[in-house]
Design a protein around this ligand. Sequence first.
Ligand code: SAM
Ligand code: SF4
Length: 360
Amino acid sequence: MNGLDTILTKQDLNGDDLVYLLGLQGMQKAQLFEHAASVKASEVGNVVYFRGLIEFSNICEKNCFYCGIRKDNKNFQRYNLSDESILAAAVFAHKNNFASIVLQGGELSSAMFTKRITQLLQKIHKATEGALRVTLSLGEQPKEVFQEWYDAGAHRYLLRVESSNPNLYRKIHPQNPKHRFENRLQSLNDLKDTGYQVGTGVMIGLPFQTPEDLANDILFMRDFGIDMVGMGPYIEHSDTQLYKYRGLLMPQEERFQLSLKMIALLRMVMPKINIASATALQAIDKLGREKALKVGANVIMPNITPGAHRDDYLLYENKPCTEDSADDCKNCLEVRVALSGNTIGYGSWGDSIHFQQRDK
Ligand code: SAM
Ligand code: SF4
């Protein structure tokens, strides 16, 4: 048995193991991917669940240094889809047997926004006979707001921690009360207490990020007991503050490979969670999302945002599929999932097995 074989048989990987595995190249990297694929097959099966993604608004009160739709960027058009358009997208997901949708947008804090989402959840529930599982991804909110949305029918929430290293978190956010690492953690804890299936994630290949940071991100997710993860490569955007550090970045192909390794390792450390194959993977590699499904991911998010504004939700440059319709996106992903050797869990919620098994 060589060193890698020994590590792969360990029950509990520690930080040093993870850093070692993140550094693998060539045949050893292929061995790691094969191992993660077998863990996926035996623990969650080779089934991929669709989450219809509705990016319903790019209006945001925050100024994250990496994000193209941050508040102070004036170089693109803001939009906010009508309730009717959002409902039509939800009905499309329902009719096409996706069983789940994700409502994602900028972070807003007004009472009007809270109410709008509550009413929207109720309308979606009515229009689809309660058949859809709804995930929200609307940033940090007070616990009462999380509760109000949970009561209105949202039972999953995605809030990436972005980096579990507080120092790195500070470097990629403005220093003001709206962007505190502690608030991020508080929100994650509040979501768990409220009863949500909780999702988080990180950006991979950020400037100043080390392999130790990434290993700690995986341990953070394990120790928190996260149910779902969506993580992918950081991709620079020229209208953001982090762009000036682009000289520190590793080449995009390396960020991509590192992202695949993170997905494979997370599958090994948390075998029963749901892991999404992030769209950003495909911004770097045309077959990026299939590759992630092969090494451990089991969720994919077809973009079903009604067409006209897709170009305006540019978190990063070269975002793929902005010209596609919801139908195009569905058809394209069907082919991609088949190519990855998986089947699609049409009509099934595909709730996180980790969530179903954990103490509530
Ligand atoms: N506003 C909500 C929030 O921040 O949680 C949800 C929408 S936000 C656009 C969704 C995710 O996009 C963020 O959590 C972040 O990880 C990711 N993102 C933003 N800019 C990115 C970039 N330049 N490269 C890769 N991912 C990025
Ligand atoms: Fe707003 Fe989310 Fe972008 Fe931050 S990552 S600027 S909260 S949309």
